[in-house]
Design a protein around this ligand. Structure first.
Ligand SMILES: *Cc1c(COP(=O)(O)O)cnc(C)c1O
Length: 395
């Protein structure tokens, strides 16, 4: 008999009942150090007092109101995002994959309205992840995600990851946009070199092609800048955001320039829940913390510390780990053993990591993780790695 919850997830036998900062408490009382943060979602850790306050204050007043009406909490968050980024305008969604849907629609509508309705193709890259909607899986194009779900949404051109020469050849008079993650998350924490992002921007400028960045995982302070593309000194035309923006409350967004958004007039898109008062009240509180230079300096400092300690961990366990890679507090440890074994060993040592493609385990801790918790993380990862390879030296 099928499980009452549709069995699409292979879940670990862990049931968390409470969260405090960078810690998750299991039903049996064990305390787990959370280096996954709900896959880069809980940017301020669990139960941050300001987020609890923002949510409960709003919950006392008004939970839901249709987008038929003014929503001041949405306006406030949009103003903050516009002030802090390249964007002139924001549409709120509930998730990353909904942001992908709108990004694709916006790019196609842009060219339609410009009198070039055949410019519908979106160039995407191997190893990408853009969510599980029909556009999301067609965009990523990976066999694992699309198999059995045809007919696929047409109009996606898949290229090798970061192959700029291939992009040059692939841009034609039917290309609407290029869609890429500045740092691939699910693909195994693979940062796109700054020079490549600059080259993509230049190619887009030459050809009028729109540049869509998927910062669902790498955005909201994760890499030590508010958005990862800031490191390369270029801006997109359209950007997808989700995960960290709600700090644990479901929220996503599409940010765009006025030009890129020009086709999205009244009635062309909408959402029942997107941008509801609860989500936006929490999102605003998240922005107050993350969009602060001192907070981001702290992320960079802690990222340096964690990375240095991870180098030491690798040196202690050369048979378990191959390398550390990533940006800021979006780090990946490429494993020599199966990555699933390392994640499971972490569970035994009460430390949470997240598997990714390319045999990587992801470390995506809350951005406000303390230095003590970073030190404890290394102790636990060392203990976990030692169970995989008992011969290696203790850290
Ligand atoms: C998680 C993720 C998505 C999908 O977000 P959902 O909220 O799960 O729909 C899209 N793109 C990237 C880069 C992601 O990491």
């Amino acid at each position: 008999m099928i499980a009452s919850v549709l069995p699409t997830y292979s879940r670990a036998p862990l049931q968390f009942v409470k969260g405090e900062g960078s810690w998750l408490i299991e039903a049996d009382g064990r305390r787990f150090l959370d280096l996954g943060a709900g896959i880069a979602v809980n940017v301020l850790g669990h139960a941050h007092p300001d987020l609890v306050q923002a949510l409960t204050d709003q919950a006392q007043k008004l939970w839901h109101v249709s987008n038929l009406y003014q929503i001041p909490q949405q306006q406030e968050l949009a103003d903050k995002l516009v002030a802090a980024t390249f964007a002139d305008t924001v549409f709120f969604t509930n998730s990353g994959t909904e942001a992908c849907e709108l990004a694709v629609k916006m790019a196609r509508k842009y060219w339609y309205d410009k009198g070039q309705p055949d410019r519908t193709d979106i160039i995407t890259f191997a190893g990408s992840f853009h969510g599980r909607s029909s556009a999301g899986i067609a965009a990523a194009g990976s066999e694992k995600m699309i198999k059995g779900f045809g007919p696929l949404l047409p109009g996606f051109v898949h290229l090798p990851w970061g192959d700029i020469e291939a992009v040059k050849d692939a841009i034609t008079d039917t290309t609407a946009a290029i869609l890429i993650e500045p740092v691939q998350g699910e693909g195994g924490i693979r940062p796109l070199p700054d020079a490549d992002l600059k080259a993509l921007r230049a190619l887009c400028d030459e050809t009028g092609t729109l540049l869509i960045l998927d910062e669902v995982q790498c955005g909201m302070g994760r890499t030590g800048r508010l958005f990862a593309h800031e490191w390369a000194g270029v801006t997109p035309d359209i950007m997808m955001v989700a995960k960290g923006i709600g700090g644990g409350f479901p929220l996503g967004a599409v940010l765009a320039t006025e030009n890129a958004a020009s086709g999205m007039t009244a009635g062309t898109h909408g959402s029942t829940y997107g941008g509801n008062p609860l989500a936006c009240a929490v999102g605003s509180a998240v922005m107050n913390h993350v969009n602060d230079p001192a907070f981001l300096d702290d992320v960079n400092r802690k990222a340096g510390l964690l990375r240095q300690k991870l180098e030491g961990l690798i040196a202690s366990h050369p048979d378990v780990f191959e390398e550390v890679r990533g940006s800021g507090l979006m780090l990946g440890l490429k494993c020599k053993c199966p990555n699933a074994d390392m994640v499971a060993a972490g569970y035994t040592a009460c430390v949470i990591t997240v598997p990714a493609a390319d045999n990587v385990i992801r470390l995506l801790p809350p951005l406000n993780i303390t230095e003590d918790d970073i030190a404890e993380a290394i102790i636990r990862l060392d203990a976990a790695a030692s169970t995989l390879n008992p011969k290696s030296a203790s850290f």
